[in-house]
Design a protein around this ligand. Structure first.
Ligand code: NAP
Length: 244
């Protein structure tokens, strides 16, 4: 049976690149999305056209019932999830004194509660199989902080603590749990920076440019591979030398 990978937020950006990479590596892919049905179906179609196996899986990953329904559907259609990539995320920036409680809750819920819910759901079959890979997409904001991103940085720092704790909990059962902290990657999330701000950001990066989604996806591919069998609890920074 083909191993199954669930990538949350795989309709666009980094998640899409991760889904395509893991499909290339031979996994059957569940392409989760919140509202971009056409884009998710296009990712599925691209994988199937390349000879792979994929389904679209709509769910708001911050909603416990939706997550439970999604895991049931994936189990029925593809089989148990053996690689979980917690990638779905949003920003809703604002200086702290102007940040509303709703802005705080929305970002913490989408970025962090989702990781708790999906990891818990995926662990059931992974513990039975005594194998599994969980890969959480954090951010350099969660390591260094970023003005205007108190909510986002807290969610991404939370992911790093969660990663280390769960790695300790499930390591003896053959399951690894790691995080990736990307810097500035060219996606819809960073498109709002505009050309001037992007140039200013690029000057702060040792490699002198923003990263590509594929440059994060290749590290996910490695962490999901046999070669990464003795790596757990780690956060791998993929930022072109931004946070040195
Ligand atoms: P993006 O282009 O804005 O895509 C976000 C993805 O998340 C979309 O597929 C979206 O689905 C999905 N999503 C949002 N809310 C969701 C929810 N409640 N349930 C399910 N899916 C949901 O973002 P990106 O730049 O690729 O970022 C991907 C991850 O990398 C995020 O966790 C982000 O924080 C992290 N990251 C990004 C950067 C960067 O520079 N881009 C840097 C560091 C970390 P729909 O299309 O259906 O809305």
């Amino acid at each position: 049976m083909t191993d199954v990978a669930l990538v949350t937020g795989a309709s666009r950006g980094i998640g899409r690149a991760i889904a395509l990479k893991l499909a290339d590596d031979g996994f059957a892919i569940a392409v989760n999305y919140a509202s971009s049905a056409q884009k998710a179906e296009a990712v599925v179609a691209q994988i199937v056209a390349g000879g792979g196996q994929a389904i679209a899986a709509q769910a708001d990953v911050s909603d416990p019932d939706a997550v439970a329904g999604m895991f049931d559907a994936i189990g029925d259609e593809l089989g148990p999830v053996s690689v979980l990539v917690n990638n779905a995320g949003v920003t809703d920036d604002g200086l702290l004194l102007r940040m509303s409680a709703d802005q705080w809750d929305k970002v913490i819920s989408t970025n962090l509660r989702s990781v708790f819910l999906c990891t818990k759901a995926a662990l059931r079959s992974m513990l039975r199989a005594k194998a599994g890979r969980i890969i959480n997409i954090s951010s350099v904001s969660g390591i260094s902080g970023n003005p205007g991103q108190g909510n986002y940085a807290a969610s991404k720092a939370g992911i790093i603590g969660f990663t280390k704790s769960v790695a300790r909990e499930v390591g003896s059962r053959g399951i690894t749990v790691n995080a990736i902290a990307p810097g500035f990657i060219q996606t819809d999330m960073t498109a709002s920076l505009g050309a001037d701000r992007s140039d200013a950001v690029a000057e702060q990066i040792a490699l002198g440019r923003l990263g590509l989604p594929e440059e994060v996806a290749s590290v996910v591919g490695y962490l999901a591979s046999d070669g990464a069998s003795y790596i757990t609890g780690q956060t791998i920074v993929v930022d072109g030398g931004l946070a040195l």
